[in-house]
Design a protein around this ligand. Structure first.
Ligand SMILES: C[S@@+](CC[C@H](N)C(=O)[O-])C[C@H]1O[C@@H](n2cnc3c(N)ncnc32)[C@H](O)[C@@H]1O
Length: 330
């Protein structure tokens, strides 16, 4: 077998490892794959993110923000942020302020679309934190284009309050779009929530947007899905694989190793642009409640979507889990 490039070969190896089969890859296949990648780079066919990834043998969609945005384009940031402003009005108890959300913090901001929208909807400070430089550069450009003021900080969730002097300043700290799943252990998740809480003014809110726990118990979360993205001006048709049936789910650690792969339409067939396995921690409701108790946060509500109407996890439109927690006043 000829591998289209190093990432395709790597993907084959990791999938074989997960399914317990023993892959045989000869030195010439390995060198051939690397050479094809190199040729592709020389022709400028791959984006810089892919170039770096292919050289390092690792690819992450987070290193290619424009591709990330195309893959997850079907989002309504205006509605998401409107929900966060409403949740703040309804549940926050920050003293000395009208119940307007004035200081918005997005942890794992990526392209910072929520931050930009929060600034647009009237937040006086919209702060985004991410550990990927590529994401922050992209976010800066988007904020510039939108003509809004944001504070975009490169750092790791877990040490934001200390590193950026944000202690007790934020009114609402938002973990968007499954970001909390990157905290793979209880200790990590507790450290992330403690950090978010340290950033919050008393009475402020933490909002977690995560996968609906129903998918853990009926297995839907682990089935995987694929979708196609139409060709656009200057951009090829894409096929996105988000999880495959053979992905590993460790029942002890509750870590789901999800295959994320993006292919583009080649002349004859799909060509893999990048492939990776991403470890994501699965959380149940009692675990969230226990963690909140441990760090003295009050759970105020569970929604089934970033939508006030979808106000419980059993609602017919509940497709995700949105947890609202509040920092006590004392
Ligand atoms: C699921 S994406 C969310 C991006 C964006 N906010 C959105 O809604 O599309 C998670 C983001 O968290 C960032 N991230 C993951 N682990 C992180 C960590 N330990 N510290 C800071 N950022 C992290 C990733 O780089 C990525 O941009």
């Amino acid at each position: 077998m000829q591998y289209r490039g190093y990432t395709a070969l790597w993907s084959h190896l990791s999938r074989a490892a997960l399914t317990g089969t023993s892959p045989v890859v000869t030195l010439s296949q390995y060198v051939g794959a690397a050479r094809r990648d190199y040729k592709a780079h020389r022709k400028g066919r791959l984006t810089p993110g892919h170039r770096i990834a292919a050289v390092a043998g690792q690819w992450s969609i987070y290193d290619d923000p424009p591709l990330y945005e195309r893959v997850f384009a079907d989002r309504d940031y205006e509605q998401d942020v409107d929900f966060l402003f409403q949740a703040f009005k309804r549940h926050a108890q920050v003293s000395g302020h009208s119940n307007n959300l004035e200081v918005f913090l997005e942890l794992g901001c990526g392209p910072a679309r929520h931050c930009i929208e929060a600034a647009r909807q009237g937040a006086k400070r919209a702060i985004g934190v991410d550990n990927r430089q590529a994401m922050l550069r992209h976010a800066e450009k988007l904020a510039g284009d939108a003509g809004v003021q944001t504070e975009l900080l490169q750092g790791s969730i877990g040490s934001v309050a200390d590193n950026f002097g944000l202690g007790a300043q934020a009114h609402l700290a938002f973990f968007p779009f499954g970001t909390i799943a990157h905290a793979l252990t209880e200790n990590d998740a507790l450290a992330w929530l403690r950090d978010a809480s340290a950033c919050l003014a008393p009475g402020g809110l933490i909002v977690l947007q995560m996968e609906h726990p129903g998918g853990i118990f009926d297995g839907a979360m682990f089935e995987g899905e694929q979708w196609e993205i139409d060709e656009e001006e200057g951009a090829e048709r894409l096929l996105v694989t988000y999880g495959v049936e053979t992905d590993d789910v460790n029942p002890v650690t509750q870590v789901h190793t999800r295959t994320v792969e993006v292919s583009r339409r080649g002349r004859k067939d799909w060509e893999v642009l990048g492939s990776s396995t991403v470890e994501q921690r699965v959380f149940t409701v009692p675990e969230i409640e226990l963690m909140a108790k441990l760090i003295e946060l009050d759970i105020v509500h569970f929604h089934g979507s970033l939508d006030m109407e979808v106000d419980n996890l059993f609602h017919e439109d509940a497709h995700e889990m949105v947890v609202i927690m509040r920092k006590p006043l004392s």
